[in-house]
Design a binder for this molecule. Structure first.
Ligand code: SAH
Ligand code: SF4
Ligand code: F3S
Length: 449
């Protein structure tokens, strides 16, 4: 019998990317084959995101496109996974008749069973959240490559008032340290060189007595030639121990994604972020002292309910003070079921847009200036492949997550660590000349300059 084939599209954050690999691991074990062409598939799955309204609108648009495929191929199963499945539950099936299957993030183990139900012409909904599911024992399906993602914890207990994640992902729970180390060992054997550990609130990781700093130290020791990144840190839980651990291990990247969300204490309180701007800035200063050369990125929400011009200026001020290397910037989007949803979304759309644009312009200017400062400096990059634009250039990343483009030469190959001198920079990209190779397995050679 020919195996059923599955096609999956992933939206949203890296945790969804990691979940898709878990889903494919589960389905492949049950005999499904994977296709990258929706028209060849027996099952089409969309792993979805609910974080802002436009994320959901995009998925509705995609469901609309896929309708024709379904008409041409009766029996094709269309399934919605992920956060939208969890948030909208049966409404998705009731409102979108083409959807056969709705499965939330903690129910992927039973996906094969639910696909079978759908093959038999019934609609399946499975959206229970779990306090324990971590998919610890599931081997994710990964193509060979250099970069990989591992979810080390699931869920979020922070309940920021604007955010759906605690509702779509449920309570915090951590995977065992031992299983994460085993997975890292496997990735190392397969030649992976850049692994990101993921959690919505990763600093709350806890397995028995091991906290997140212990996990990072254990991860760093698996393979000194493998760079370890992590995201996302909540400013309340970033411990000194964690900062010292990052400083201690050369292959732990000197890069912290530390979302501030707003520069106004009044807004931070309304957001239930549980820190003040002063605390946040002290943390940044401390991290800079403990980890020389550390870089930061952030998330910012513009136009949260009641945000005034002064609040907005306070956000501008924080951006200027920290001088982030990068930022993800969003307009506030009211999400049903969250606390902020009950507040009036009173910042007019055009004001939100104007404030957001100011924030984006400022950040772009800062990124440009910071990259200009790197001209003439040395950086160590992992060569990841040809650049997007041309086969005459390689592209790689620094440990601070900046993309560097270098001319191809016969000494360099993909997966090498090389030292380059930066000779040109835009706000998003550095350009460099090859200097020499770096062999991080030799003790004491850091992966950062
Ligand atoms: N756990 C991470 C990020 C979760 S979602 C953290 O704590 O930072 C990623 C980002 O989306 C958030 O940091 C926030 O900036 C943004 N976001 C979440 N809900 C939003 C909403 N309702 N409107 C606009 N942006 C939102
Ligand atoms: Fe959402 Fe806040 Fe949790 Fe991040 S920490 S996922 S913003 S509730
Ligand atoms: Fe989106 Fe869910 Fe991630 S809402 S940002 S896919 S946790």
């Amino acid at each position: 019998m020919q195996s059923n084939s599955v096609y999956i599209e992933t939206y949203g954050c890296q945790m969804n990317v990691a979940d898709t690999e878990i889903v494919l691991g589960i389905l492949k074990k049950q005999g499904f084959s994977v296709t990258d062409k929706p028209e060849n598939a027996d099952v089409i799955l969309l792993n979805t995101c609910s974080v802002r309204d436009n994320a959901e609108q995009r998925i509705y648009g995609r469901i609309g496109n896929l309708k024709t495929l379904k008409y041409n191929k009766p029996g094709l199963v269309l399934g919605i996974l992920g956060c939208m499945a969890e948030r909208l539950k049966k409404d998705l099936i009731e409102n979108k008749k083409v959807v056969d299957l709705v499965v939330g993030p903690d129910e992927y183990r039973r996906l094969p069973e639910y696909i079978d139900i759908a093959f038999n012409g019934d609609k399946g909904i499975r959206v229970k959240l779990s306090r324990t599911e971590t998919y610890d024992d599931i081997e994710p399906f990964r193509e060979d490559g250099l970069s990989a993602w591992i979810s080390v914890m699931r869920g979020c207990d922070k309940f920021c008032t604007f955010c759906v994640v605690p509702f779509t992902r449920g309570r915090e729970r951590s995977r065992s340290l031992a299983s994460i180390v085993t997975e890292l060992e496997d990735l190392s054997k397969r030649g992976f060189k850049d692994v990101s550990l993921l959690g919505q609130n990763i600093n709350s990781y806890l397995d028995d007595k091991n906290d997140f700093a212990d996990l990072l130290a254990a991860a760093a020791k698996v393979d000194p030639t493998m760079r370890i990144r992590f995201t996302t840190s909540h400013p309340q839980d970033l411990s000194d121990k964690l900062l010292y651990t990052i400083a201690e291990y050369p292959n732990l990247c000197n890069y912290i994604h530390l979302p501030v969300q707003s520069g106004s204490n009044r807004i931070l309180e309304l957001m239930n972020r549980t820190y003040t701007v002063e605390h946040y800035l002290e943390l940044i200063e401390k991290a800079k002292k403990i980890i020389p050369g550390v870089s930061f990125s952030t998330d910012i929400i513009s136009g949260f309910p009641t945000e005034t011009w002064e609040d907005h200026l306070a956000t501008i001020e924080v951006i200027k003070q920290v001088r982030y290397d990068g930022a993800y910037m969003f307009k506030y989007s009211p999400r049903e079921g969250t606390k902020a949803y009950k507040m009036k979304d009173d910042v007019p759309e055009d004001v939100k847009s104007k404030r957001l644009q100011e924030i984006i312009d400022l950040q772009q200017q800062i990124s440009y200036e910071k990259n200009q400062e790197l001209i003439g400096k040395e950086e160590i990059i992992l060569v990841e492949g040809f650049s997007k634009k041309s086969d005459e250039f390689f592209s790689g990343r620094t440990d601070t997550n900046k993309v560097v483009i270098v001319p191809v030469n016969e000494r360099i190959k993909v997966s090498d660590y090389i030292k380059v001198r930066v000779n040109k920079a835009t706000s998003g990209t550095l350009f460099g000349d090859y200097l020499t190779h770096i062999y991080p397995e030799k003790e004491g050679i850091a992966l950062t300059v």
